[in-house]
Design a protein around this ligand. Sequence first.
Ligand code: TXA
Ligand code: MG
Length: 335
Amino acid sequence: MEVIENLEDNLEKIKKEIDKDNLVIFPTETVYGIGANALRSSSVNKIFEVKTRALNNPLIVHLKDKSEIKKYAYVSNEIEQRLIDAFMPGPFTIVLKKKDIIPNCVTANLDTVGIRIPINPIANRFLEYVKVPIAAPSANISSRPSGTKVSDIKDEFEGKVNYIIDGGESKIGLESTVVKVIDNIPTILRPGFITKEDIEEVIGVCNVSSHVLSEIKETEKVESPGMLYKHYAPKTKCLLVYSDDINKLKKIIKDNLVDKTIILGSDKLNDINCYKYVNYGNSLEEIAHNIFSKLRECDKLNGDLIIIEGVKKEGLGLAIMNRLIRTSNFNYKEL
Ligand code: TXA
Ligand code: MG
């Protein structure tokens, strides 16, 4: 895999790769994406193959600017338009009724399509130059933590993808907020950097899908197929713990220590005696930024258990907990 450090000098090479129906990994402000020409099934199918992604999990289509949206989807009501005006470009994906030009494999046969316009200048330059919409999931093998750093991604896709455009560490570190307007109410299908509170400020109301923090039963109707799968997980077993009382938090951790326990958390847990302690930062922004690469780091320490400190499920904390609950495969204790 070639790491492209200067996109300007390599634009033609990258465009040719996309035109050959191959995949290119590119940076965005949320996480890295593994992209293909969204208008060609033969390209898009390679994403599913390389990621070993379930065929019924739809992909997000990335566009260079807002004027492109109507080529690929219908903006059917005023709420959708106001969300687009307020949050795009940015870490926000809107699920809209799709136009026929988008192949069914992109949307897993749904009649809707997720549309995102990144704000990262490297992503924008790439999208502008290739002149096609780019279908892209996060750059990680399915079920593993999302790729936020070139070195992590290179390990995973070496020999499978020819080019990765280097944009440094992903600024935000968690994937975009996915929103669908249902019965005129914006509904968060996957929380992200744009929070429920941010959307309420603009629209007045915002619902959160009940699947954001819970396991989905096989018989349930799901609006967000991505929530069905084991996700964001290291190979080592994980336990997620939370309490807003530090003494209770330490008690849960001590009660669950095993031989080689790795603790992943903030400064306040650095005095617990365990096999290894890994700091993930102290503010919600720092935790979001670090979480996926720190989970990978913990996995390399060959422990028996990773105990992860949870956060309050508010604001950006909701997105962090949505990921960590799945990281730990719903192995969650709260006091
Ligand atoms: O920040 C991001 O969104 C990153 C970067 C690369 O843009 N992309 C990303 O893609 O996270 P992926 O494939 O890992 O996650 C896409 C999520 C899944 O949960 C999927 O189910 C949901 O978006 N999704 C996509 N299209 C949908 C649709 N038509 N209806 C409902 N959910 C959809
Ligand atoms: Mg993903």
